[in-house]
Design a protein. Structure first.
Length: 118
């Protein structure tokens, strides 16, 4: 299919010509460009006036999703770490007491017969 305004070859799925911006099908919903304020057809990826994306659709949702995900992961790490660190400290303390021989039992000693692989 060719654009009636500029003659550029366009797909039948296009509502507007990507070259000149001419409307190829009936009524097309219009939106205002967030940068220059020009009225552009909905679905246009680049504003014909200023050359920038006219809407933030999709980008705002992705930003909101990443913020929520960051908060959820941060809370999860805090909660998991908050309960894990005291338990780790307790286990390390028990291990140090056992290794030092202060637990009532003598500290283990390595002998040539007790080493692995002999």
């Amino acid at each position: 299919m060719k654009c009636p305004e500029c003659g550029t070859k366009v797909s039948r799925d296009n509502a507007i010509c990507p070259n000149c911006g001419a409307v190829l099908r009936g009524r097309v919903a219009m939106v205002r460009c967030r940068i220059c304020g020009a009225r552009v057809p909905r679905g246009v990826h680049i504003c014909p006036q200023c050359g920038r994306p006219p809407t933030l659709r999709g980008r705002v949702g992705l930003l909101a999703l990443s913020i929520v995900l960051g908060i959820v992961l941060g809370v999860g790490v805090y909660v998991a770490g908050h309960s894990y660190v005291p338990d780790l400290r307790y286990r390390l303390g028990v291990l140090l007491i056992q290794e030092s021989g202060m637990g009532g039992e003598p500290a283990p000693t390595l002998t040539p017969e007790g080493t692995p692989g002999s």
